[in-house]
Design a binder for this molecule. Structure first.
Ligand code: DQA
Length: 148
């Protein structure tokens, strides 16, 4: 069975209490349980993880990429800074949809550049927690990209 990886970067463990006017009131656990229900109904498995550590994200991206398993990635602030995450996606030929809850292009200028976007298959920003559901739907509706 295909596994879809949802990888979350720094500070996303604080969702629900962190700047709710920007990121909403849903917690990461709530997002995970909704995505898990969708995955179960659609016959794929879900690996949902969060880390505040860049190297851990590199390791997870490499593993999923080399296993030819798709990744939904919200790298948080590392999106704007991490050449290491960019290189991991490229080096492992990882199939990534980049997501952000907020519309990073409508915020501070330091958020306007993402080092993930150039190596992502697609990008979904600004739909709050629904950004994750939309990314999942993009993978599920394009099953040819999933390993059987
Ligand atoms: C974020 C946007 C980033 O700029 C920020 O550093 C985050 C969350 C988002 O989902 O909107 O941590 O990735």
């Amino acid at each position: 069975m295909t596994t879809i990886h949802v990888l979350n970067g720094p500070n996303l463990n604080l969702l629900g209490q962190r700047e709710p006017e920007v990121y909403g009131h849903e917690t990461l656990a709530m997002i995970e349980s909704r995505l898990a229900a969708t995955c179960k109904a659609r016959g794929v498995s879900l690996a949902f993880r969060q880390s505040n550590h860049e190297g851990e994200l590199v390791t997870w991206i490499q593993a999923a990429g080399l296993a030819r398993e798709p990744i939904i990635l919200n790298a948080g602030a590392y999106s704007h800074t991490s050449i290491a995450l960019h290189d991991a996606i490229k080096g492992a030929h990882a199939h990534v949809i980049e997501v952000h809850l907020s519309n990073i292009h409508a915020r501070e200028s330091f958020r306007h550049v993402s080092l993930i976007s150039p190596v992502a298959r697609g990008v979904i920003v600004g739909f709050g927690a629904a950004s994750y559901d939309l990314a999942l739907e993009a993978f599920l509706s394009d099953r040819a990209d999933l390993k059987s």
